[in-house]
Ligand binder design. Sequence first.
Ligand SMILES: *[C@@H]1O[C@H](CO)[C@@H](O)[C@H](O)[C@H]1NC(C)=O
Ligand SMILES: *[C@@H]1O[C@H](CO)[C@@H](O)[C@H](O)[C@H]1NC(C)=O
Ligand SMILES: *[C@@H]1O[C@H](CO)[C@@H](O)[C@H](O)[C@H]1NC(C)=O
Length: 304
Amino acid sequence: MFKVLLCFLALSSIDYGYGLAEFGANESLPVVMWHGMGDTCCFSFSLGSFRTFLIDILGSNTYVKSIRIGNNVVEDYESGYFVHPNKQIDDACHQIASDPKLKNGYNAIGFSQGSQFLRAVAQRCPEPRINNLISLGGQHQGVFGLPNCPSLSSKTCDKFRKMLNYAAYTSWLQSYLVQATYWHNPLKEEIYRKSSTFLADINNELTINQTYVENLKKLNKFVLVKFSNDTIVQPIDTEWFQFYTPNQDKVIQPFAESNAVKNLGLNDLVASNKIVFLETVGNHLKFTTKWFKANILPYLNGDI
Ligand SMILES: *[C@@H]1O[C@H](CO)[C@@H](O)[C@H](O)[C@H]1NC(C)=O
Ligand SMILES: *[C@@H]1O[C@H](CO)[C@@H](O)[C@H](O)[C@H]1NC(C)=O
Ligand SMILES: *[C@@H]1O[C@H](CO)[C@@H](O)[C@H](O)[C@H]1NC(C)=O
């Protein structure tokens, strides 16, 4: 029914907000994807083939852009660790705003840390508009542990974790290592809020930026996907915008109660049905195309 209505609107060239009239009736909004740590925009075995899959299910006329930071995939890979998120987000905002194919808006899919980066894009750069924002295993309240970090040897991974635990809030690590900027130690909440150079800002935990609240309201849907058997992200609940109750690291605070949720106005978004909580069994980012088609496709093809 909704599809028929969309067809009608498109055929009669009525611009109802994000310019579907400019696309064919059977074409979807463009999609912007942002990869996770240890990955790149375009590896053929990861987002490169995912892009092909999206075009396959959304139609060959659908424009799919994968954010690349830097001049090539090597720089893009390194940026996932060493280019400050604020700089990466500025860069992505510029890439998106200067792409004529995105001028009428787009749907966005974040993979892992790419999810919180795309949320920052929504909050900081509302034009062109994100229609639906899909977060696949994003760490919206940060992490307090990376038990099996991807694409690093277990020894490197272990060193990485130790370093974050001891030095995440030093100014040099905050400016040098991406993962430090969303390291969230619930035993040191005060230090985290004052030192985090990225997450505490986009989560309105240090000061409340009302622009962030207003811009999040512009989303049609914010879809949070949690992987129930995730061994990379700790705690897994951060994928549903939850975190430990402050001053301990066992009990998870109810969604509605955290400062980040309250200060970003997310309880209002829940009340207006804009936040969708999805869970799928499997490890980090391990989903089947069948699951994706059944659960995510409707947010990309204009059904929702
Ligand atoms: C959209 O519909 C037109 C006309 O029916 C058709 O020629 C075109 O191939 C379709 N495009 C897609 C992406 O399905
Ligand atoms: C709030 O966020 C907007 C968008 O990023 C920014 O332009 C503005 O400077 C921020 N305001 C404060 C007080 O930080
Ligand atoms: C995956 O997580 C679900 C939900 O927590 C649990 O019921 C299931 O046993 C887990 N599967 C594996 C293989 O660990």
